[in-house]
Design a binder for this molecule. Structure first.
Ligand code: F0G
Length: 407
């Protein structure tokens, strides 16, 4: 298992600390892929065989694919799992009609143990933190990472410290509290909270933000699980919401693995959707700029993706280039409308997730996507994370308590 800078830079090993960005150039770090020597057929048989096992690591929808994960621990008993992954793929009806495509399915990552896709990466990163003997873990978060980290840290007997900007969905704060995390309310948005957390973290604190390469490694597995659920038939487009862009980077890396191992023979196009008021990456993509210009005061009702300076933009751009994908933005009205349509399919999701469907509609209307193409929407968070409308009507429960204070 070896770390490298995600950019072609001359960083020395000392400059590659897994809980930080590259000290030489500021890009995120990544794990050098170590792919198994088994054939695609052997891997498929191994993974599907584990479904009938009673071993918790085999039953986890992440660790079932452990040939694709970094070798962190020899003993399965050392894995920190609470039954993550194994999320369904559901046929969309109202959603397909709304988007104007014949074949749309939803992979609902919000049906993970703490209600978001974050669990698929957190199980790996907390297992890594435990293997390194970490006693304290920390993250900045728009809420879901905080809830997930708090749960897995509790499970591993670690202290969790979460840095949350002032406006975060109340249910996510309540989750982190219920799992026993220390909450630090700081700054107006995620970017401020991240800066504060990184500046304050002493060397004994293990940082679990999405720049942590073990989280990205874990998140890769839901793409493999999706492909397995589709009988290894590759869809045409996978659409997902984008904030810090770690998830898009993980999807790209998963497709690289799947291609390299012969599990698939072509890549689906990845389409990442940002909120209009927090759209630095969509802007960069549209303009063809080489570098990302942050948005200094991100605003959107979709608090999960209210991020102005995404850390993983370089790997995200690479994933789009490798798949012929795209990045667009959608406005808050479109996000709220898409969420209502997802509700009509009896599925539901949090606002940030609904951006994916809103984006598919825009891509269909613009002709980027044809009616006959097979589309998968990744819904990233559960409806109960944020049941209100997020329009300030009072129906949306945001917590502003203890602003700027440790609580
Ligand atoms: N969807 C949900 C529900 C999220 O919580 C997030 C990010 C995203 C999408 C975007 O994923 O950042 O990898 O592009 N939430 C982070 C958090 C930032 O702190 O919970 P991304």
């Amino acid at each position: 298992m070896q770390l490298q800078c995600s950019e072609p830079c001359e960083a020395s090993n000392q400059e590659l600390r897994e809980d930080r960005v590259c000290a030489n150039c500021g890009a995120p770090l990544e794990l050098v892929p170590e792919r198994p020597s088994l054939s695609a057929e052997a891997l498929r048989a191994l993974w599907s065989g584990r479904r009938s096992s009673i071993e918790p690591a085999d039953r986890s929808g992440v660790w079932r694919f452990r040939e694709l994960l970094p070798a962190i621990t020899e003993r399965l008993a050392d894995i920190v799992t609470i039954g993550e992954g194994n999320t369904p793929v559901l046929r969309g009806m109202a959603t397909a009609k709304y988007a104007g495509v014949a074949d749309l399915s939803i992979k609902h990552l919000g049906w993970n143990p703490t209600g978001s896709f974050k669990d698929t990466g957190m199980t790996v990163a907390v297992t890594r933190a435990a293997a390194r003997g970490a006693k304290v873990v920390a993250c900045a978060s728009t809420g879901n990472t905080a809830a997930s980290m708090a749960a897995y840290a509790a499970r591993a007997g670690m202290k969790a410290r979460v840095f949350l900007p002032r406006a975060v969905a109340a249910a996510k704060v309540a989750q982190a509290e219920a799992y026993g995390a220390e909450l630090v309310r700081v700054g107006d948005n995620f970017d401020d909270a991240l800066t504060e957390m990184l500046e304050g973290a002493d060397p004994t604190t293990y940082v679990l933000n999405s720049l942590n390469p073990f989280r990205v490694a874990g998140q890769k597995t839901f793409i493999i699980e999706l492909l397995e659920q589709l009988g290894w038939q590759v869809p045409d487009v996978i659409a997902l919401p984008g904030g810090n862009l770690g998830n898009l980077a993980a999807c790209g890396a998963a497709l690289d693995d799947a291609m390299a191992l012969g599990l698939i023979t072509r890549r689906p196009r990845l389409a990442v959707i940002q909120a209009e008021g927090a759209n630095p990456f969509a802007r960069m993509w549209k303009s063809g700029a080489e570098r990302l210009t942050p948005v200094s005061n991100p605003t959107t009702i979709a608090s999960a993706i209210r991020i102005g300076a995404p850390v993983s933009w370089r790997n995200a751009a690479r994933a789009l280039r490798a798949t012929g994908g795209t990045a667009i933005d959608v406005n808050d009205e479109a996000i709220a409308e898409a969420r209502r349509v997802i509700g009509r399919d009896g599925i539901g999701c949090e606002l940030g997730s609904a951006a994916a469907l809103a984006g598919v509609k825009v891509l269909r209307d613009s002709g980027w996507l044809s009616e006959q193409e097979r589309v998968i929407c990744l819904l990233t968070g559960h409806l109960l994370k944020e049941p209100g409308t997020g329009d300030g009507s009072g129906n949306h429960a945001e917590s502003h308590a203890h602003a700027g204070a440790r609580c």
